[in-house]
Design a protein around this ligand. Sequence first.
Ligand code: SAM
Ligand code: SF4
Length: 335
Amino acid sequence: MTPATLIDTFGRQHRDLRLSLTDKCNLRCTYCMPEDFAAWTPQAKLLTRHELVRVVRTAVDLGITSVRLTGGEPLLHPEVVEIVRDIAQLPNAPAISLTSNGLLLAQLAKPLREAGLQRINISLDTLDARRFAQITKRDRLAEVLAGIAAAEEAGIRPIKINTVLMRGVNESEAGDLLRFAIASGWSLRFIEQMPLDAGGVWSRATMVTAEETLAALKSEFELTPHGVRGSAPAEEFLVDSGPATVGIIASVTKPFCGNCDRLRVTADGQVRNCLFARSESDLRGILRDAKLTEDQRTSAIAEVLGLSVRAKLQGHGIGDPLFLQPIRPMSAIGG
Ligand code: SAM
Ligand code: SF4
């Protein structure tokens, strides 16, 4: 039976789909994957452009109103522009956004914008080239900055920057990053480091908490709580009375599961109802089952999405002593 909507047993209506285009990446951020990471998903298991858009079409029919393309690095997908265009041309097209490390934006920002990309989040943890190379294992800060400039030039607004602070690495740069972001017209959000890396380097004892980030910022800026959070993960603050703001995402220390409206589909076609889920539901088999008619396929995809949403737990439970890190790393889930 086709469920009419994506409402879970806690009454949360799911409207936001995080769609991973690939698990591959051209950086090796320490909090995400080890430098010698090689456990990539075989190409044959990755959903094709047509399959990815097919999933989005059914999800939109079930009430999804925004789609964020992610990865790995989504801009490494050779058909990323076409995927954006296909989604933008669906009936009841959702808002389309993308999370990227920015490396390939210099070439892709304009075509992506023209294809229908509305918003972008770019990851940037430092403004120092040497530190960038230390964090990402690649000496490519200049390309990221050129990519951000290209996104601005292409008229993609707002430009949101995601920063993960790490103790003894870039935690001292919070104030400088915020000043630079404000001067550049970007909206900056600090994200707590989560236990999702392929190398298992995360430790609660050493992670920089949202409270510490706030305290560091408050020593340099006047911060005033701002706006209603709703389902947004970031708590927003006006900086020095505004209009500039800064966001703090306390994913670990102050989870925001109560209003979560996110559903995830990995690049190999597995539905996850939470970043930290321990189980997944397969869509790839349905997408590739030649015996199904198109109507049967639509019903089967809808059913899997609906069942996954209804199996969603109340929260991710990182605070629980029995918490286990998911087997899939962040790069293979899609942040
Ligand atoms: N490659 C793209 C990028 O870096 O923006 C998209 C995928 S990445 C997995 C999405 C976001 O997850 C990035 O902002 C990144 O900083 C964040 N991220 C990755 N690993 C993380 C972790 N262990 N804890 C918190 N955030 C993490
Ligand atoms: Fe790549 Fe993004 Fe992970 Fe960094 S955070 S290694 S850019 S997927």
